[in-house]
Write a protein that binds this ligand. Sequence first.
Ligand SMILES: O=c1ccn([C@@H]2O[C@H](COP(=O)(O)O)[C@@H](O)[C@H]2O)c(=O)[nH]1
Length: 301
Amino acid sequence: MTFATQLNAAILRTGSVTCVGLDPRLEQLPKPLRESVSGDRKDSVAAAYTQFCCEIIDAVAGLVPCVKPQAAFFEQLGPAGMVSLGEVISHANRAGLIVITDGKRNDIGSTATAYADAYLGSAEPDRSPWGSDALTVSPYLGRDSLEPFVEVCDRRAAGIFVLVKTSNPGGGYLQDLSVDGKTVYQSVAELVTELNQTRLDADGYGPVGAVVGATYPEQLVEMRKAMPNSILLVPGFGAQGGSADDVRAAMDANGAGAVVNSSRHIIFAHKREEFSVKADESNWQDAVRAATVQMNEQLKG
Ligand SMILES: O=c1ccn([C@@H]2O[C@H](COP(=O)(O)O)[C@@H](O)[C@H]2O)c(=O)[nH]1
């Protein structure tokens, strides 16, 4: 089964397009975990991140198809953080969740090959050293920088999500520039569609997905049409202001073909008044679960 087939099957099995973003931040951890950290020792913070993310995974397994660990928050801790990231991905693998590592990697082709091997494939046929099923990648270095990733996707069930129209306010600075009568993001979308053409599964999806932000609903409609063979990864829901109405156009007629990410609004739900937790925040996992169920319902509605 290809990555796209697996992700769409997981969406239909769970009845959810929610992707839970794993973006741990020390100051926002629930009290019991914050208090478990001794000083600001990186290995102690990393242990707290591992426990936090693994408990989130346990809380949402079965409710959602996938999780998206944000590599930056683990990298911030140096080597201990990288070990934590590996443990978190392994835990998600074991829980049956599809893992989209958000690393926004890429480089010249020969180095891109190393990134592709690291995150998506390796000498072993079944799993990459990092254990990710998919990786976010930058298109800035051009077509030859994307090809090594796509080649790994041809060999095993892996996928990539190319940054097309990002959710941040300043994304348009480069992405909206017009060159030869079309914007940069429209050109990237054309490249994404072209790369998928010879690689479609029975549902018409290829391994090359696209990141399109919930914060640009008009462009999301446009990009859904421009990339009919791509699973869309839609960040910007919740904390960045994107709503269920904003992302409705991302999904196909079967309610699949896209996943909508929310990180802070789910993983730090113990801080949201609507999900009241005990004063000692010991039941923070209940808030995570409630926020996930709420997002599922909003996206179905
Ligand atoms: O265009 C993009 C691409 C990636 N992201 C990442 O998604 C999450 C969003 O977190 P929230 O807390 O739900 O805002 C985060 O990891 C970003 O790095 C994005 O927001 N926009």
